[in-house]
Design a protein. Structure first.
Length: 265
């Protein structure tokens, strides 16, 4: 009897700790709806995902998707500029509620955050002039005599480092710096996704921007903090609904010039 009382006391204490106001389980969806505001982390230097337009306002596919989601949720939208390196730290430190920033899913990132179903898909590759022969297989031998500009720490940087060690990478702090180096002739080519490469080609019609080596497809996902299952379920439902009603396809046509067939997780 004394042992049972002791166990009961321990269980009661544990329950009290777990249900204490300061330790109650979080529900970001409930918090967002209660606050009437959705804070979305977004890139401002990676057109057509997110960038500053001629009026200085944030535009792009990710910005339009954030507006669509906030409208469906019935809350005000607050776009919070983030850099590529600060995307996940901003989410983990609760500076933003969700991350819509051309984010690719990787096993390493999945240890830190949760991913929605894809809302877009692009090709990762190396782009350059006609003078560089395009690869005919899955290896990057055609690039071994050339320099490749790449944003430091990106998926492209990691993949090329691990899989094409003979390729000379020139690393820059961010995507605009890497692309600027290519445009200025400081690098023979640059590594990026097809959406950004298309934008570079449109903005620089006299510069040759051709796919030289295809790495792989890379779907883009919305990122959330671990454990926010209610918000994740809502976002996946919103993406599915907007795919069915055609709104997601309209955004893809607007920014990528084509409507895409999206993979699923």
């Amino acid at each position: 009897m004394r042992r049972l009382k002791s166990l009961f006391a321990i269980a009661t204490t544990a329950l009290a700790v777990l249900t204490a106001p300061g330790l109650a389980s979080a529900d970001k969806l409930k918090d967002v709806l209660g606050a009437g505001r959705l804070r979305v982390g977004i890139l401002t230097d990676a057109a057509p995902w997110g960038f500053k337009d001629d009026k200085g306002e944030i535009a792009g596919l990710d910005a339009d998707l954030a507006k669509l989601i906030a409208a469906d949720m019935g809350v005000k939208l607050e776009l919070v500029p983030v850099t590529g390196a600060a995307r996940i730290p901003s989410l983990l430190s609760d500076k933003i509620d969700v991350l819509i920033a051309g984010l690719g899913a990787t096993p390493e990132r999945a240890q830190q955050i949760m991913f929605s179903q894809p809302y877009a898909v692009v090709n990762l590759g190396v782009y350059g002039p006609k003078s560089i022969a395009a690869a005919t297989g899955k290896k990057a031998e055609n690039l071994e005599r050339h320099t490749v500009a790449v944003a430091k720490g990106t998926t492209l940087d990691v993949w090329l480092t691990d899989n094409a060690p003979k390729v000379k990478l020139v690393r820059f702090e961010d995507t605009p710096a890497a692309i600027a180096a290519y445009l200025a002739g400081q690098a023979d080519s640059f590594a990026e996704n097809s959406a950004i490469a298309l934008k570079v080609k449109e903005q620089n019609p006299t510069k040759e921007v051709e796919l030289k080596f295809l790495i792989r497809q890379s779907p883009a996902h919305i990122g959330l903090r671990q454990g926010e299952q209610n918000l994740l379920n809502w976002i996946n439902t919103a993406l599915f609904t907007n795919k069915l009603n055609g709104k997601l396809g309209e955004l893809q046509l607007k920014w990528f010039k084509e409507e895409q067939s999206l993979p699923t997780l």
